[in-house]
Write a protein that binds this ligand. Structure first.
Ligand SMILES: [Ca+2]
Ligand SMILES: [Ca+2]
Ligand SMILES: [Ca+2]
Ligand SMILES: [Ca+2]
Length: 604
């Protein structure tokens, strides 16, 4: 049912609406387009509906509109040229409703921290940037606790022209599937395989790899410290790297360990892989303005090059990163730009503006500046054997050429790629900009969802009965929610007001995957399927999780760590024969998802 609210389509002009502005802003009704038109130049504006719509906690609503955008300028510091449509949630005193929890009691979040106050509720926001012809947009949300009234508003700032018509607010559009339970029947229980007591070197950033080439993984911890701040962002550097074996013995350490340097709220430039093809994994990292390849087993520097000179770039997100003459480094991603069959290339980036590609000998190849993703998504999009790089706002060919470029609100936190009916599709989580499904050949948007601050994505075989892989997604800030999309881009499950996890785990070996959380494993519909014994959930900064095949058969173990312990959980049973073994690039480890599981079996 649609709610009857007066003059939402602006056919009676501004009757029942109240406008305000600062700077150059002009409001109009465009008779030809039958739409509201706002033209603005370095201005700020809002249009608020006068009705307070009474609502009840738990009700589901869809907010919809047709919009046309003309925001040409990509400069966006600190706020882009944009317009927004939103339903505000107001309490009994008409104050904005805040989202707070007593304590963090959920699974693994899509931000690397576990806050209990995520600010004013904002899950209904439809934020729009760039240039687009008429398109339908909508948000879908659940009324949070303490809300008594909902109020519709439009707002914008910067420079541009924005047209909107046919605003609508109505009832729910998505239903959870009736069974809402996936392949739970055959999941084995968990036992603790190893619990390693950590020293003062412990860190939220952990990397996993076979440093000595004997077949079992070792662990590298990266602590960090803030070395400088600008008005927008802290600059962080790796302060200590420590490699330990699976018995907890320190193999090597560089820098000074300090447990206060455990925490981090972003990625750090360190990654582990056999970059030179000799059978042992190396540690590739940035320390002291050097990009280094270190021998895994000793930490000895095998190769070193100055990190790139810092450059202003577009500054599209939070400003230029030029505090130091060279970059500190933010994230390292391995890929195969040459079709060598080996991941012998390195993508190094600063936090928001620039990325550079390298050979395994640390020769710089090409660079790109744009609205960067936290961690670029590398994949062979066109099946020519060479990886392309989705940088966040552009798809780059293996030689760095821009294949297409996007201009969406906010920046990309996470992306996954797949083919649906032969069509290459990229799904991205663009924070306050929303979730988008794009044709990966052209960059054309085919679906979009405005569900809150869009976070972490992972693609896996989360429900063996679903007939295809599914995409797990979360929102965080202004509300905490979990969603599940099918490959058509339909929402098939909503977990409002809680998150479960996003790291896919090949736990059963039967062809389906579960989601990792510090307390156990969830299915994709939010049911806890496996509880971990003696879970590590008391850490000062919360516990993080990851999946890796560490022991026993080819199924994944789950790593759970905080500042005190690294616990490795494995299955309570043993299986033989044909076991699921999906292909993933888990070595490109990031807090921001990007995990793509491709089906595979141990005997294939
Ligand atoms: Ca090893
Ligand atoms: Ca090697
Ligand atoms: Ca390619
Ligand atoms: Ca295993």
């Amino acid at each position: 049912m649609a709610i009857r609210t007066h003059n939402l389509d602006f056919t009676q002009g501004f009757l029942h609406w109240r406008v305000s502005r600062e700077g150059e802003v002009r409001f109009d009704i465009d008779e030809k387009e039958k739409a509201l038109r706002v033209a603005f130049d370095k201005g700020t504006w809002s249009i608020t509906h006068k009705s307070l719509i009474p609502v009840k906690m738990g009700e589901l609503y869809e907010l919809s509109a047709e919009v046309r955008c003309r925001f040409a300028n990509r400069d966006s510091v600190p706020h882009p040229n944009h317009a927004s449509i939103a339903a505000e949630m107001l309490d009994g005193e008409l104050k904005p409703v805040q989202v707070r929890f007593e304590k963090w009691s959920f699974g693994d979040p899509g931000e690397p921290f576990m806050l209990t106050n995520v600010g004013d509720w904002k899950c209904s926001e439809i934020n729009l940037c760039g240039i687009s012809d008429w398109r339908n947009v909508f948000s879908f949300f659940k009324i949070p606790g303490e809300t008594r009234f909902m109020r519709l508003s439009l707002s914008g700032r910067g420079s541009g022209e924005f047209l909107a018509r046919n605003l609508g607010i109505g009832s729910k559009i998505v239903k959870a599937p009736p069974n809402g339970r996936a392949h739970a029947r055959s999941a084995p229980g968990a036992r603790t395989c190893k619990k390693i007591a950590l020293g003062d070197y412990a860190a939220k950033v952990i990397r996993i790899g076979d440093l000595d080439g004997e077949g079992r993984p070792e662990y590298v911890f990266a602590q960090n410290e803030i070395v400088g701040s600008t008005s927008f962002e802290d600059y962080r550097q790796i302060s200590c790297l420590t490699a330990i074996d699976d018995g907890g013995q320190i193999l090597w350490q560089v820098g000074d360990p300090e447990i206060e340097n455990y925490n981090v709220t972003s990625d750090l430039p360190v990654a582990v892989l056999d970059i030179n093809g000799d059978g042992n994994d190396e540690v590739v990292c940035c320390m002291n303005f050097k990009l280094q390849i270190r021998e895994g087993i000793t930490g000895k520097v095998l190769r070193s090059a100055a990190t790139p000179q810092s450059k202003r770039g577009g500054g599209f997100i939070i400003g230029h990163e030029t505090l130091f003459s060279h970059i500190l480094g933010d994230c390292i991603t391995f890929c195969d730009l040459k079709g060598s069959g080996r991941n012998g290339n390195i993508i190094l980036k600063d936090r928001y503006n620039y990325l550079w590609s390298y050979t395994s000998d640390l020769e710089q190849l090409w660079s790109y500046s744009g609205k960067l993703a936290h961690s670029p998504l590398v994949w062979d999009f066109d099946d020519d054997g060479r990886d392309e790089v989705f940088a966040g706002d552009a798809l780059l060919d293996d030689d760095g050429k821009v294949l297409w470029r996007l201009d969406l609100f906010d920046h990309c936190d996470s992306a996954v790629f797949y083919k649906q009916g032969g069509r290459p599709i990229l799904c991205i989580a663009n924070q306050n900009g929303g979730f988008y499904f794009l044709d990966a050949t052209t960059g054309e948007i085919t679906r979009e969802w405005h569900l809150g601050h869009a976070q972490v994505l992972s693609l896996g075989n989360y429900d063996a009965d679903a007939g295809s892989r599914l995409i797990c997604a979360q929102t965080y800030w202004g509300g905490i929610n979990q969603f599940l999309f099918n490959l058509n881009g339909d929402i098939i499950f909503t977990g409002f007001e809680e998150v479960y996890g996003w790291v896919p785990v090949n736990w059963t070996g039967d062809g389906s995957e579960l989601l990792a959380a510090p307390k156990g494993l969830f299915d994709c519909y939010g049911n806890m399927i496996v509880e971990f014994p003696d879970p590590s959930i008391k850490g000062r900064w919360g516990a993080k999780v990851y999946a890796w095949d560490i022991c026993g058969d080819v199924r994944d173990e789950v790593l759970v760590w905080d500042e005190k312990h690294l616990t490795i959980y494995t299955q309570a049973d043993e299986i033989k024969g044909r076991i699921y073994k999906p292909h993933r690039r888990l070595y490109n480890q990031t807090f921001y998802g990007n995990i793509i599981s491709e089906p595979g079996w141990n005997e294939d």
